[in-house]
Structures are given as structure tokens and as C-alpha cells.
Ligand binder design. Structure first.
Ligand SMILES: Nc1ncnc2c1ncn2[C@@H]1O[C@H](COP(=O)(O)OP(=O)(O)O)[C@@H](O)[C@H]1O
Ligand SMILES: [Mg+2]
Length: 477
């Protein structure tokens, strides 16, 4: 008999496996399928009943002991992560999946294997058409129309913070160099704007500027997007240039570079070193002239420590490095930028807001702005939509921030920031807690607090703490 909890977890598992977007295929030690969901059946163009209960090699005649990842994992007991698989199913449809195959261990012994398959044919199609589109856009760029180019200049990066101004000036000076650039800073603090500004100020500003977020694309696709593909490199592959070739004569902005797989980083390093790119599946290399600009939203030190970026690549990129400050570390910029966005949205919404109420202004200075300038910009945009007066007031704040300002008000006024008052309050609270625990026994409370009894007695009178329990007689111990 199954217990209720067992039955429950079985149902939960079944519901999850039914609901997810991945194909799941489980085999036992003999390679017989014991679980196979609808999505997996859809990938393979088969019916669940054709596979379930059948051995893998029977259900998929094109596979053998060598090529079946499920069988391989049972033999080697080693997991295989994110392997791309490209095949034509029984209905002649080209399927591309990314598979992870794991051994199932029961009490340390292999009992079978599970394969989790993500379909990425559609995603791939989408990325590839994007690439084709970019290629089309690039052509007229050689004539007079400028596309694939930047929207911002360094002047668009507004700041009254001394350090940020210094960074801006330095960037303007160094923009002319061809060295790679590394920019880091929290999300929303202006990295993309900065990078576009640098490109605009460079001698390549007439060349293309192409941005690619390395975290937005599955690993195996990123390589062909960046380097292109040669016909026949995998089933259905066509000759296609990658972003490096498309950015020739300009700049390639690789955002969130720390999300790029380590092996691909090695390939990137080689391009940085000799400027040669080789399409996936090709034997020929071609020379490109591209300035690489990389960005990440974590500190390079952290990325290195977590091994998200190769040390050699880091030192290659680290020639010109800029760290943009989060908004909370340049509080003077908050009101300054808020006023700028108000003016900007006044034009868009055809409004005439003149400023921010004092209370909101004070709150803006205290708030941590985890989303940085992007969050500030959206906040102002929201507030200007709801505001019916001339000033942005507390009532116009988005719900989340309204809650913050209210909870802050509850804590703050009584306590203030005085270290002495807060320490005294904390001390009093700790003593009261200790006395509660010992039913008012001072000797034991002093022991809990790890102070001499005399000290505790002194503090009791200092804070006018009265002992209520009958044990208060111990005062006279
Ligand atoms: N210093 C700034 N002055 C004006 N607008 C800014 C500034 N910094 C950021 N922004 C705006 O904030 C938003 C987020 O900036 P973005 O460059 O995309 O940040 P990141 O790439 O660091 O996430 C954009 O709309 C950008 O125009
Ligand atoms: Mg960004």
C-alpha cells in the first residue's frame, strides 16, 4: 500500500511532468522506457504508446548502443549536460533539441537514466531570421541611411556626480582607441547607454554597432550566432555570417559576457587576439576588424571568483575598464535625473508637472533603487501618468514604493538614527527578554547575558526596569 504522502508526491510529480515544456524520457537498467511524456512524443513524432514499455533501440531504430545517450549514461554512470541533438523524426520533420541525460541512482547503484529535452527548433528559427534581418539592415548602412547604429551619445549620459563625470570624460578620451572595453555595473545603471556613447565617440562611429545579450540565447546557439555557420555543419545548416562578420568595421557589444559558456569564451579570446573568425563547421577563417565591448552586471572580481569568466579573457578585456556606480551611491543624481525625466515625459504626455513633493524627494534619497536609473525612469513615468496636480506626491507612487514609504515612516520617526539611543533601546530589549526567560531571576538572567550580576543590577536601575515576578526577591540575593 502506498501512504498518503507517497500517493501525493506521485500525483504532484505526474502533474509537473505533464505541465512542463520539456520532453522527459526515462528508461530502466535494461533500456526499457518506463516514462515518456507527451512533449517527448511530440518531438519524436511518435505516440506515447509506441515508446512506453518498449526498449529505446526498438522504438528508435536509427539509434544504437553508441549513439543513444540514455544507454551511454547507464553504462558510464556519468551525466551528459546540454547536448545538442539534431535529427529528422519519423514524419520527416527536422527536430533540434538540447538534451540533458542523467543517471538515476538508487542506493548508489544505477537503476536507469532520464533524459530531459528542450525543443529549440523554433527559438533557433527565430534567432536565425533575426540574423538575416540584421544582415539586410547592414547593407543600406553603407549608403546614406544609418541603421544598426547607436541611439545615444556620451552626452546622453546625464550625471552631476563627480566620479561618474570623471568616468564619462575618460571614456570620451579613450573612445578613439581600438582596444576592447569592459563595463560593469548593476542592471539599469546605464551600461548600454554608456557603451553606445563610446561607440559614437569612436573613429568607428560610421561602422555598425551590434549588440548581443549572451544570457538571452541558449549556449549552443550563441556560438553560431556569433561566428556564423557553414553549409553542412549540422543538418539543415546554411552558409551564414555571424555577428562578428556583420559588425566588421564597427563594434560588437557583448552584454552579460559572464553568461557566455566558458568554452565559447576561449573562442572569443582567440578572435580578440588575432581578429580571425571561423564559421561553425568551416575550415576557413576570415579576418574581421571589430572592436569588442563587453558588459556585465556583476563585479569582475565576483565573476572571476565564481569562474563565470575566464581569467585570460578577463585580462584581455580589462584594458579599458569602467565601473558605473549604482544610483544609491550617487544620491545627487536622483533628483537631477528625476527632473530630467519629468521634462522628458512632460513633452510625451503633454503635461506640465513642475517637480517632486518634498516627502517623495526625501524618500527617493533613502530608497535603494535596486533597478537603478531604469527603475527611476519607470517610476517617474508611472507617477506622471497618475498625477493630476503639478507636483508628484506620495499618492502617485507605484504600490510597492508606497508600501516602502509607509513602513519606513512607522519605524523611523521614533528612533531616528542616533547610535546611542538605538543601542540603549536594544540593550533594554535584550535585558527584558532575558528576565522573561528566567522569570525575573536576576542571577540567571545575568548569566544568560554574560555580564556580572552587579552590572545587570546597575542597568536595571538605569533603564528603570521593574521586576514583576515573585522571584524579584532575588534582587536582594
Ligand atoms: N545617466 C543617465 N542619464 C539618462 N538616462 C539614463 C542614464 N543612465 C541610464 N539611463 C536610462 O536608463 C535606462 C537603463 O539604462 P541602460 O543603459 O539600458 O542600463 P543597463 O544596460 O546598465 O541595464 C535607459 O532607458 C537609459 O536611457
Ligand atoms: Mg542592459
Amino acid at each position: 500500500m502506498m501512504s498518503d504522502t507517497q500517493a501525493m508526491s506521485k500525483e504532484v510529480l505526474a502533474a509537473i511532468l505533464k505541465g512542463i515544456d520539456e520532453g522527459i524520457h526515462v528508461v530502466d537498467l535494461n533500456g526499457k522506457t518506463i516514462f515518456y511524456n507527451e512533449i517527448a512524443a511530440k518531438h519524436d513524432g511518435l505516440d506515447v504508446s509506441e515508446v512506453l514499455g518498449n526498449s529505446v533501440l526498438n522504438a528508435f531504430p536509427s539509434l544504437d548502443e553508441e549513439t543513444s545517450t540514455l544507454i551511454k549514461v547507464i553504462k558510464t554512470k556519468k551525466p551528459i549536460y546540454n547536448q545538442t541533438q539534431s535529427y529528422v523524426n519519423v514524419h520527416g520533420v527536422q527536430i533540434e533539441t538540447i538534451n540533458t541525460t542523467l543517471p538515476i541512482l538508487v542506493n548508489g547503484k544505477v537503476a536507469g537514466a532520464v533524459e530531459i529535452a528542450k525543443d529549440y527548433s523554433r527559438l533557433k528559427l527565430l534567432s536565425e531570421s533575426l540574423l538575416d534581418l540584421r544582415k539586410k539592415i547592414k547593407k543600406p548602412a553603407k549608403k546614406t541611411i544609418k541603421m544598426n547604429t547607436v541611439q545615444y551619445t556620451l552626452e546622453s549620459l546625464l550625471t552631476i556626480n563627480k566620479e561618474m563625470q570623471k568616468i564619462k570624460n575618460e571614456a570620451a578620451k579613450l573612445a578613439k582607441s581600438d582596444s576592447p572595453i569592459l563595463v560593469f555595473g548593476e542592471s539599469g545603471c546605464g551600461k548600454e547607454l554608456f557603451v553606445q556613447g563610446v561607440h559614437h565617440a569612436s573613429s568607428r562611429s560610421n561602422g555598425p554597432f551590434i549588440a548581443q545579450n549572451c544570457a538571452a540565447i541558449p549556449e549552443s546557439l550563441l556560438e553560431s550566432i556569433l561566428f556564423g555557420t557553414a553549409k553542412g555543419s549540422y543538418t539543415g545548416a546554411v552558409d551564414r555570417p555571424g555577428l562578428f562578420e556583420l559588425a566588421d568595421g564597427g563594434a560588437l557589444f557583448l552584454d552579460e559576457i559572464h553568461a557566455m559558456p566558458i568554452e565559447l569564451q576561449a573562442k572569443l579570446l582567440r578572435v580578440l587576439e588575432d581578429g580571425m573568425v571561423r564559421r561553425v563547421g568551416s575550415t576557413k577563417s576570415c579576418q574581421v576588424n571589430v572592436r569588442v565591448i563587453a558588459a556585465m552586471n556583476i563585479h569582475p572580481g565576483v565573476a572571476l571568483e565564481k569562474m563565470q569568466i575566464r581569467t585570460d579573457l578577463f585580462y584581455r578585456l580589462n584594458v579599458l575598464t569602467f565601473g558605473l556606480l549604482p544610483l544609491r551611491e550617487r544620491t545627487e543624481d536622483i533628483e537631477f535625473l528625476a527632473m530630467h525625466f519629468i521634462k522628458q515625459f512632460n513633452r510625451v504626455f503633454n503635461k506640465n508637472i513642475t517637480g517632486i513633493g518634498n516627502e517623495v524627494n526625501q524618500f527617493f534619497k533613502r530608497y535603494t533603487w535596486p533597478g537603478n536609473v531604469r527603475e527611476l525612469k519607470h517610476t517617474i513615468e508611472y507617477m506622471m501618468n497618475v498625477c493630476e496636480k503639478d507636483f508628484l506626491e506620495e499618492e502617485d507612487l507605484p504600490v510597492m514604493l508606497k508600501q516602502q514609504i509607509q513602513s519606513h515612516r512607522k519605524d523611523q520617526p521614533a528612533r531616528g538614527l542616533s547610535l546611542k539611543t538605538n543601542m540603549a533601546n536594544l540593550e533594554k530589549e535584550l535585558i527584558e527578554n532575558a528576565l522573561k526567560q528566567t522569570d525575573g531571576n536576576i542571577k540567571r538572567a545575568a548569566k544568560l547575558l554574560e555580564v556580572p550580576r552587579q552590572t545587570l543590577q546597575y542597568k536595571l536601575s538605569k533603564y528603570k526596569i521593574r521586576i514583576q515576578e515573585e522571584n524579584s526577591s532575588s534582587l536582594n540575593e
